[in-house]
Design a protein. Structure first.
Length: 257
């Protein structure tokens, strides 16, 4: 049921709004307020409005496609930090502590995702614990290639964390949203006044209105693809990070035994 709602929920939501608009359209018909003919000028205006919304949708799609790569890249860097620490065999206790810090970093990241927040202070504190472990390895004269590898992965996590915060907390050109909403509203209002046959008018009004409303809702949803548990329809699947948390938790438990 959840997968069906994820796939069709946005369409059903836009259809519900369109049905309300259809009632208004029939009211206009009954009052003979449909005074405009479906001329080439009207069709050109409708086409231009759809084109405008499509351009804005393309702009948000670029950020969304980038966001799809984030869980995989984040999981790969955290896994690398966890595994690379095993190569320092001189002090198993230190390695266990460092791996615990890496796990704590992952748990903090996932906790932020689950809570639909991005607390940079908590994540920074968790990263600093790992960074102190790397500094300790430097003081113990660990081979430079290992240090470089660990620093590179931690820097990658920091960069991805900043990108997540930017995507989650900023909107894609607020003025562009206003233009898209204005274009959609203008088309729907225009369709209220266009004279059409009953069946033809029903089909045309329903399809155009539902398409434009669905696109607006999708654009707003895609603008923040990290809204876990908010029953939105265009969220990034974070299963790689959640599964990695369970995997590392199991590894820590085995190491303690």
């Amino acid at each position: 049921m959840e997968s069906i709602m994820l796939k069709w929920g946005l369409i059903l939501k836009s259809l519900g709004l369109t049905l309300i608009l259809l009632v208004i359209r029939f009211l206009f018909d009954s009052l003979n307020l449909d005074i405009l003919t479906l001329s080439t000028l009207v069709t050109a205006f409708i086409g231009g409005a759809i084109f405008t919304v499509a351009i804005i949708f393309t702009g948000t799609l670029a950020d969304y496609k980038e966001s799809e790569r984030i869980p995989g890249e984040m999981a790969a860097s955290i896994r690398a930090l966890f595994i690379e620490s095993n190569f320092y065999r001189q002090d198993p206790g230190f390695v266990a502590g460092m791996q615990q810090h890496v796990f704590d970093l992952l748990a903090t990241i996932n906790s932020n995702f689950r809570g639909n927040t991005w607390d940079a202070r908590k994540i920074g504190s968790a990263m600093e614990a790992v960074n102190r472990d790397i500094i300790t390895l430097i003081d113990r004269n660990v081979a430079p290639p290992m240090i470089v590898k660990l620093r590179a992965e931690l820097t990658s996590i920091d960069r991805i964390s900043n990108r997540i915060r930017q995507i989650a907390e900023t909107s894609f050109i607020p003025a562009a949203y206003s233009i898209a909403e204005l274009a959609t509203a203008a088309v729907i209002i225009l369709l209220f006044f266009v004279k059409l046959e009953l069946v033809e008018g029903f089909v045309l009004f329903t399809v155009l209105s539902m398409l434009l409303i669905a696109l607006i809702l999708l654009i707003k949803d895609m603008d923040n693809p990290f809204e876990v548990g908010k029953h939105t329809f265009a969220d990034i699947d974070l299963f790689l990070l959640f599964e990695l948390e369970e995997e590392l938790k199991g590894s820590l438990a085995v190491n303690k035994d």
